[in-house]
Design a protein around this ligand. Structure first.
Ligand SMILES: Cc1cc2nc3c(=O)[nH]c(=O)nc-3n(C[C@H](O)[C@H](O)[C@H](O)COP(=O)(O)O)c2cc1C
Ligand SMILES: Nc1ncnc2c1ncn2[C@@H]1O[C@H](COP(=O)(O)OP(=O)(O)O)[C@@H](O)[C@H]1O
Length: 305
């Protein structure tokens, strides 16, 4: 897959099937759009995902953005789904104020040689969000591309969207989040040293510091699986600041049920299956240990089912 932060310019004779949007999470709705473009792949036709490098809303509001997928994670998932080119274009003033027809002509036609577009019914683009799927269809007749308006993937009566998934993630409803995503929500990082207290209470924990932009479920304890060095480990994970020992950074730390290896320096992907309880401040490490033993039992029972 080609990844670029510029507007791609395809060579002559090569055409494209394009989908456009923010694609945070690459959820089941996004996957449906990607399926549409990847079906059009040929020797001389590329599947292109055209997206922006900062969520337009957070750019305007100037709040530090949190995403369901980091840019790197999104790249990897897009590649797995059969995308040839992922263009993460800077969301510049120029792009923000571009007239819809100019965007179509300069970017989609002249640079991408688009022959096919897949968009959702609520897709909007260009200055004042005046561009819409019907307008794309009209312009397609003029410039020679077809536009498929792809029905939204639904969960019951509600459209699947990044907003819906964020809402459920904020509630810690991992079963719902994972169902909407079509994969298990995860975060990644390198396993780093903690205070080495874990081993003293019989519960060593692999600590990782999640990426700044990654949106996490609420602080608390989760049943998880961790992918480390190609192996899957079942375990339980605490997300938070460990109030009992007063950590000063937000960590994701996991006790792996069947592991006694030295894991420092390894990359881990922690996948969240179920929320167990909120993070608590205990009066002593002994009390914490009692609670941890209970959590371990709950976690093991979950995987035995
Ligand atoms: C499953 C799990 C649940 C945890 N729950 C809590 C908690 O509720 N409150 C808390 O202060 N720390 C909690 N912790 C964090 C422990 O305080 C921490 O693992 C211990 O102090 C060891 O820290 P260290 O890795 O820096 O040595 C939890 C850790 C795990 C793995
Ligand atoms: N079952 C296990 N679960 C998690 N980490 C383990 C396990 N067995 C061994 N380890 C190793 O022990 C380390 C955690 O021990 P711990 O005493 O909690 O130290 P730290 O505070 O540095 O995390 C992990 O980083 C890993 O290298």
């Amino acid at each position: 897959m080609i990844y670029t932060t510029e507007i791609p310019h395809l060579e002559q004779g090569v055409r494209s099937a394009v989908t456009l949007g923010k694609f945070d999470g690459l959820h089941r709705g996004h996957q449906k759009l990607i399926h549409c473009i990847s079906e059009k792949r040929r020797e001389d036709c590329r599947a292109v995902v055209f997206t922006f490098d900062v969520s337009p809303r957070s750019y305007i509001l100037k709040v530090p953005p949190k995403f369901l997928l980091t840019y790197e994670e999104r790249r990897e998932l897009a590649e797995e789904r059969g995308v040839d080119i992922l263009a993460e274009c800077p969301f510049t003033e120029e792009l923000m104020h571009m007239e819809p027809e100019q965007f179509v002509k300069e970017y989609l036609v002249e640079r991408l040689h688009a022959e096919y577009l897949a968009v959702g019914p609520d897709f909007r683009f260009g200055h004042k969000r005046e561009g819409n799927p019907q307008m794309l269809q009209k312009l397609g007749k003029e410039y020679g591309f077809t536009v498929e308006i792809v029905e939204k993937e639904k969960d019951g009566s509600r459209d699947i969207s990044s907003t819906y998934i964020r809402e459920e993630l904020e509630k810690g409803n991992m079963e719902k989040v994972n169902g909407l995503l079509g994969y298990t929500y995860f975060t990644r990082g390198e396993i780093v040293h903690g205070r080495q207290l874990g081993r003293t209470i019989g519960v060593p924990t692999a600590n990782l510091i999640p990426p700044e932009i990654k949106k996490l479920p609420p602080n608390g304890v989760y049943i998880t699986k961790s992918l480390i060095n190609g192996k899957i480990y079942e375990g339980i994970t605490n997300v938070g600041y460990k109030p009992t020992v007063r950590e000063n950074f937000l960590g994701v730390e996991t006790y792996l049920f069947c592991c006694n290896e030295n894991l420092y320096g390894q990359e881990a992907e922690v996948r969240f299956y179920q929320y167990l309880r909120p993070e608590k401040k205990f009066d002593s490490l002994e009390d914490l240990k009692k609670q941890l033993n209970q959590d371990v039992e709950t976690g093991r029972a979950f995987f035995q089912k």
